[in-house]
Design a protein around this ligand. Structure first.
Ligand code: NAD
Length: 382
């Protein structure tokens, strides 16, 4: 769609709960600023989901709102949940919105890039020399496996309680996510590690077979298999060795949180969930920071908006094929960090003396200023 000759993108936003509205508002300002600079306009639609939707409608997300997301070119989400809605036995819970969106929008792959900005090495619990050159991408299967298999809850009577979870995978579910990961690895440093537990699990042995069957598609790509336990260890011991990791749902959930620790703060990291559907602009996807709703700092202008801003950059890259815009946003964030701007979560004591520790809104303003004064028009997001 165009608007007086300008490209026009339809983006649904789901601010959600806690700091979600603050970080989404910050990323929206950055995208609008990029639109002015790069000549595109955005038609924003705002959708209520999570705890906010439970309060308003009695459900975590209404089917018509999932449909509104489906009718958009991409979705930008903040976070859902918080103490008010945290009873795990409640029949309506905020995270049901995430499952409804993933399932309803066919989002089968979750991408989490982890880069450690040199200026933030001190915020990471790892030794600086281990972090040199860390630039990895975890591709997690999102709609299959143990989270969706049949389960049997334990009976109430103590003594002989037993519960069952099952982990089903069909070959097409594996093939589509591994194919996506192969495509991504080909655009990066040509190394793909497929993670499984093939010494124990039947689904992992099928996973391995499918990876082998797909090897011919990318003869120059280095594809290796790694057991999940040793991968968990190597992510901490030699994180810079990894390029792209592809794995099933449960392993990906755990490994991607482990890898997030490398970057120092949850507030820094973006993610994308992609489906198969192509729009007129690119691949449909849902983009969100990896952190939750951070209720402890909600409403205080203290949340780091960079994870959401970088999620918007991923959206420009995958859903709008705007490598110029995604590269410029990435570069603007790097410059702001190089210049010393920090939110409280990534500040060291000495940063407070220099006066560059700022809130959510001022951090977004700093990124916009860096964007507007930058001549960077090329670059790449994963
Ligand atoms: P969390 O990520 O919200 O917070 C963990 C810690 O990190 C907190 O101290 C928080 O202040 C800090 N933090 C998180 N994001 C930050 C940011 N942008 N800037 C600065 N500091 C930040 O995780 P939690 O406390 O375990 O969960 C809180 C709520 O969020 C729960 O209800 C949980 O279910 C929900 N949650 C939602 C999502 C999602 O919507 N995708 C993901 C994870 C957790």
């Amino acid at each position: 769609m165009t608007d007086g000759g300008l490209a026009r993108y339809r983006i649904a936003t789901i601010p959600g709960d806690g700091v979600g509205p603050e970080v989404v508002a910050a990323a929206r300002r950055v995208v609008d600023a990029a639109g002015r600079q790069f000549g595109f306009t955005v038609e924003w639609t705002e959708i209520v989901a999570g705890g906010a939707a439970i309060d308003r409608y009695g459900v975590a997300i209404r089917p018509e709102d999932v449909q509104l997301c489906r009718a958009s070119d991409a979705v930008l989400l903040g976070a859902v949940g918080g103490p008010k809605w945290s009873d795990p036995s409640a029949s309506v819970r905020p995270e049901q919105a995430l499952f409804a969106l993933r399932g309803g929008l066919g989002l089968f792959a979750n991408l989490r890039p982890v880069k450690v900005h040199p200026a933030l090495v001190a915020s990471s619990p790892l030794r600086p020399e281990l972090l040199d050159g860390v630039d990895l991408l975890i591709v997690r299967e999102l709609t299959g496996g143990i989270y969706f298999g049949e389960r049997q809850e334990a009976a109430d009577a103590p003594g002989d309680r037993r519960a069952v979870d099952t982990m089903p995978y069909g070959e097409e579910e594996i093939r589509r996510v591994v194919s996506l990961a192969i495509g991504l690895a080909l655009k990066r440093r040509q190394r793909l590690v497929s993670v499984d537990k093939a010494n124990v699990l039947a689904t992992s042995r099928l996973w391995r077979k499918i990876v082998e069957e797909l090897r011919w598609r990318a003869p120059d790509l280095e594809i290796t298999h790694q057991l999940v336990d040793s991968c968990a260890m190597l992510l901490i011991k030699r994180p810079a060795d990894f390029d792209v990791i592809v794995t099933e749902n449960l392993f990906g959930d755990i490994l991607s949180d482990e890898a997030a620790i490398l970057a120092g703060s949850l507030g820094m990291l973006p993610s994308a969930s992609l489906g198969e559907r192509q729009t007129e602009h690119g691949r449909f996807g849902l983009y969100e920071p990896i952190h939750g709703s951070a209720p402890d700092i909600a409403g205080q202008d203290r949340a780091n908006p960079i994870g959401t801003i970088l999620s918007a950059a991923m959206m420009m890259f995958s859903s709008f094929r705007r490598t110029d815009v995604s590269g410029a946003i990435d570069a603007a964030v790097s410059r702001v960090l190089d210049d010393g701007w920090r939110t409280a979560d990534i500040a060291e004591p000495r940063d407070h003396d220099g006066g560059l520790v700022v809130g959510t809104t001022a951090m977004a303003t700093a990124v916009i200023e860096a964007l507007e004064t930058s001549d960077t028009r090329a670059g790449a997001t994963p």
